[in-house]
Write a protein that binds this ligand. Structure first.
Ligand code: G6P
Length: 468
């Protein structure tokens, strides 16, 4: 393996190793928006990607896929349970999403997190060329920047945080709060989705570590002197090209018409697309919709809600309970309101390829993004990019990063069920001219600030800080 000038470090590789139907090993695109966001940029550099292949107890040698050198990091079954399902997804994830679910604090999970972060840092240190650049991603790897800096002081280190960073009053719960801040401050640039996230982080640094903070700059003690780290917002986006291309394709448009017909050609199709996660506000959305049907403000003959809920983190308790709750709510509403020809909710606990998603976006009159807390929410941007006809309405939670940018969406507080019901009705009844006016403005924003703009601005900031 030749040393790479540019190395991405993320919990997951861009592809996941899974068991095929006959027990054989197959590779498929990893879940989440991270891969889709970084892939276009990675194709343009001589780079390597360090990450986990998604299965426990498998050692895989580095290999090349689509011009990217992939460097698998092995995790034991116990590490998957304690580092990934435990500390990352049952401690940090709920804490950083404003404690929507109670975070669990366990010392053995923290120890596994430290051990695994060190393994990622060592793997990145071995992969990167002299004076190269390493870009570390997300909450699973917050200690990597500092660990890597100790191993390789010659390297430029960026970190991007894809999920929210919580207010200090919540962050302060974390028993290892100071260690995590020091871990992140190993990076030259620490990027966040929203200005608010960066502010919360800087407040925590000032209050906990007492480092000097001036605007977005932190003086980090190093040796005898100090080093500058920059913390600010770089809102992530999508690669718009495949969405525009698919939306223009005849077969995809025909598939959208076929989806409408197979749902009984309702007057309005509402759509929700989420990983099955308690942060996404799926329960609130279904509750509001169910009440609109029960109140007679919506009629099951006229509307259908398609809810795609892709399976996620299925061995973490909070996700097991959430699935039960949602599936109970869906079947109650359908049982109470369905007719032989029309279903209130078409619920799909499955993931779909991008082509099918674009057909669904084209078929949907209203897109419901009602997350209780979400770093960005790229589904909102995918829907907007796909609507080449300037039609369709986006209902968007204020608690998403996307709400900072997509000002022409119908904004909602998903905790306010009455407000959510009114927002759904506003969207369902919005006249075409108003839809067009709003959608044009949303599209301009998404097309002008695509994922290439995001990665370029982050990397430009990184070289500027390093050059100071
Ligand atoms: C979010 C996180 C990603 C994560 C993805 C899927 O988007 O920010 O880091 O990869 O969810 O979750 P999973 O646990 O399956 O990797």
């Amino acid at each position: 393996m030749t040393a790479a000038d540019f190395v991405v470090v993320a919990n997951r590789l861009p592809v996941d190793r899974v068991e095929g139907p006959d027990g054989e090993e197959v590779w498929r695109t990893s879940p989440g928006g991270l891969v889709a966001a970084l892939e276009p940029m990675m194709r343009n550099v001589r780079g390597a990607w360090v990450g986990w292949a998604g299965q426990a107890d498998v050692e895989i040698a580095p290999f090349e896929a689509d011009g990217i050198e992939l460097v698998p990091v092995a995790l034991s079954a116990q590490e998957v349970a304690e580092y990934y399902e435990g500390f990352a997804n049952d401690t940090i994830w709920p804490l950083y999403h404003d404690v929507i679910a109670p975070p669990q604090y366990h010392r053995e999970w923290w120890e596994a997190y430290v051990t695994v972060n060190r393994r990622f840092a060592e793997s990145a240190a071995a992969a990167v060329a002299e004076e190269g650049t390493v870009w570390v991603h997300d909450y699973q790897l917050q200690l990597v920047p500092q660990m890597l800096r100790e191993l390789r002081p010659d390297v430029t280190i960026g970190y991007f945080h894809h999920i929210p960073f919580p207010a200090h009053g919540l962050y302060a719960q974390l028993p290892w709060r100071d260690q995590v801040l020091r871990g992140l401050l190993g990076a030259d640039v620490i990027g966040f989705q929203r200005a608010q996230d960066a502010t919360y982080f800087l407040t925590a640094v000032r209050r906990r570590l007492r480092y000097e903070v001036k605007g977005p700059n932190v003086s980090v003690p190093e040796g005898e002197g100090t080093r500058m780290a920059l913390a600010r917002a770089f809102p992530i986006s999508i690669d718009t090209t495949p969405y525009l291309e698919l939306a223009a394709r005849e077969d995809v448009r025909a598939r959208a018409a076929e989806i409408r017909a197979s749902l009984g050609n309702p007057k309005r199709i509402l759509l929700g697309v989420d990983r099955l996660d308690y942060t996404k506000g799926i329960r609130h959305r279904i509750k509001a919709y169910g009440e609109l049907l029960a109140d007679g403000r919506l009629n099951v003959e006229d509307v259908t809600l398609v809810q795609v809920a892709s399976p996620s983190r299925e061995r973490v308790d909070a996700y097991v309970h959430l699935r039960d709750e949602i599936e109970l709510a869906v079947s109650r509403i359908n049982g109470d309101t369905d007719t032989m020809g029309h279903s209130a909710i078409r619920y799909l606990h499955q993931g779909y390829p991008r082509e099918e998603m674009v057909a669904l976006y084209l078929a949907a009159d209203v897109m419901l993004v009602t997350a209780l807390r979400d770093g960005m929410n790229l589904v909102a941007k995918e829907y907007v990019a796909t609507r080449v006809d300037d039609r369709g309405v986006l209902v968007l939670s204020e608690f998403t990063g996307a709400a900072d940018e997509l000002r022409q969406a119908v904004r909602v507080n998903p905790h306010d069920i009455e407000g959510l019901k009114d927002a759904i009705m506003t969207a369902v009844e919005m006249p075409p001219a108003e839809q067009g006016r709003r959608m044009r403005s949303l599209r301009r924003r998404v097309l002008d600030n695509d994922v290439n703009a995001w990665s370029s601005s982050f990397l430009a900031a990184l070289s500027e800080v390093r050059g100071r």
